[in-house]
Design a binder for this molecule. Sequence first.
Ligand code: SAM
Length: 267
Amino acid sequence: MFQPVIKWSGSKRSQANTILSYLPQEFNCYYEPFLGGGSMLYAINPSKAICGDVCESLIDLWNKIKAEPNELAQSYRTRWERLQEEGYLAYYSIRDDYNLSKKAEDLLFLSRTCVNGLIRFNADGEFNNSLHHTRSGIHPDKLEKIIKDWSTRIQNSTFISADYEYTTQTVKEGDLVYLDPPYFHTKGRYYGTIDYDRFLNYLDFLNKRGAKYILSFDGKRGDDDFTVAIPKDLYKRHEFIPSGKSSFKKVMDKEYLEVYESLYLNW
Ligand SMILES: C[S@@+](CC[C@H](N)C(=O)[O-])C[C@H]1O[C@@H](n2cnc3c(N)ncnc32)[C@H](O)[C@@H]1O
């Protein structure tokens, strides 16, 4: 499995190969309007892509990975060395810096040193996860290689800090859109939320444009079915795919539950 450059909540890295198997044979422009950590962008490796996210500092980071990989790698090295020397105070000082000025370099550092690499924001958009005390964060040499690898891979991609509707406004017949919005049942876990009715109208818009879409959405965990009743005229296929995070431990009986996510396709 490929290495992530930034760790992001809701990453599709472990499902990327399964989702790849649903891809159409051919498509023109690839759109990914809920980009996050960009797992599908990396896995698909399209010849032309337009990607977006509402998290502005995340999009700044993508633009830096693309245009200034060496400087970005160096900025991580500086912060990482400070962490090794000064300890946890360095982490919390960089976290304060991020919450004040939302610099992409700080976000990258936090994602690589916070507890379980879980990017987590409070209601005011402030990053609030703590330092992962027992780990020292990915070594700068290793991250530098990963940044350069991703940088090469995304040279034909454009990154826009915008709402999903804006990112895909130029979509046409023959294009492919991969949608990975915040889950309906886990509002608040991710950055941003989506209005469900607006999102359904948007699926209708994609259909009318003649673009293909693949949508990842709520699925099942054990006997609990979180599937959202998306109107049937908006898609052609609905599949459940193993989510990779399947070993959810029940506290009482230590049972492992299978977790599946929904995949909707409009062709
Ligand atoms: C589940 S995550 C995507 C994860 C991504 N597929 C990956 O592999 O890392 C959902 C993303 O949608 C973004 N988002 C939330 N509301 C949005 C909106 N209205 N328009 C565009 N992006 C939005 C969040 O910032 C978050 O990065």
